[in-house]
Design a binder for this molecule. Structure first.
Ligand SMILES: [Zn+2]
Length: 313
């Protein structure tokens, strides 16, 4: 394991909490960081009055988790980082001994509290041979901090639009429609996604299974409570995935069941619902949390900040 502490950068960097002033290179002290103490931790850079970004690098000998934790990253933060990289890296197959990981931290010096923020890298890079992937922490104006790819898209969408690879939308969301089986006018509180029996159905967001069983009409159904105020329903399933029952924790993209035609279904499809505060909404158009690119001032500020941090990785 190689541990490298960068020497003092000559430039001043923006921090997530600092105001957007468009003057990235002006040498001002960020407001949110206390002056560096005279007697600081071992890194020689700490003697500077300027708060620093510190780069730490390790070479993978066995696993990403082990390498990350050798740099002082908690197990929980390691998991957060792995999730943020998950759309680009398969941690079971892609990581090999000799690959490198780098993190940029805000150096809070000897005054560092045990709080999580100083253990949360503001940028991270994983180099797999000649290919590398980077993510950058950014707090949008008035929002929470998330990891983003270099182009300003969230590294990890928290809510997927579709739970299944489907061939077509066989029935749309509507407030009134004629049910083809019961021949009664009723609302269609979800969307029907046609797919062959046995097609895996994925959770669209992290959550907890509230119900997994059979209900009239729905057939085999899984109801998941997601982050408030959202919940999701997956119906007409042929079967449930292993370990899925009321109380199970599920993660976005996890396979929770398989397409079927149980209940009132004329053919194999997934009936998918998204409820917001228990009210059925159109799954194809409902605003999904965090599923946004950075725009406007945020996007500019992020690009500037990412470029500076990229140079350190
Ligand atoms: Zn339906």
């Amino acid at each position: 394991m190689v541990l490298l502490i960068a020497s003092a950068p000559k430039r001043t960097f923006h921090y997530p909490n600092s105001p957007v002033d468009g003057e990235a290179l002006v040498s001002t002290q960020p407001l949110n960081t206390p002056p560096a103490p005279a007697t600081a931790m071992p890194p020689p850079a700490a003697a500077s009055a300027q708060p620093e970004l510190v780069v730490k690098t390790a070479t993978v000998t066995r696993t990403f988790s082990e390498a990350a934790q050798s740099l002082g990253i908690t197990a929980q933060m390691t998991k957060t980082l792995a999730d943020a990289f998950a759309s680009k890296i398969d941690f079971q197959r892609d990581i090999e001994p000799g690959d490198k990981i780098s993190f940029v931290f805000k150096d809070t010096g000897a005054n560092a509290q045990s709080g999580s923020d100083n253990r949360r890298p503001v940028a991270a890079k994983i180099s797999l041979g000649a290919v590398s992937h980077e993510i950058f922490l950014y707090k949008a104006l008035g929002g929470k901090a998330f990891y983003y790819s270099k182009d300003g898209t969230p590294a990890k969408p928290s809510f997927s639009r579709y739970p299944v690879a489907f061939s077509r939308i066989s029935s749309r969301f509507s407030s009134h429609r004629l049910d083809p089986v019961t021949h009664q006018w009723q609302s269609h509180e979800g969307v029907d996604l046609a797919a062959p029996i046995g097609t895996p159905v994925h959770a669209t967001a992290n959550g907890i299974v509230k119900f997994a069983g059979t209900q009239t009409g729905y057939g085999r159904i899984i109801i998941v409570s997601n982050q408030p105020p959202y919940s999701t329903r997956f119906a007409h399933l042929s079967r449930f995935a292993k370990g899925i029952h009321a109380g199970s924790k599920v993660r976005r993209n996890q396979v929770i069941g398989y397409v079927g035609k149980t209940g009132w279904a004329t053919g194999p499809h997934l009936h998918y619902e998204v409820r917001v505060d228990h009210v059925a909404t159109n799954p194809l158009t409902v605003a999904l949390p965090q599923h946004h690119r950075l725009r406007g001032a945020d996007r500019e500020h992020f690009a500037e900040q990412a470029e500076e941090r990229m140079a350190l990785l």
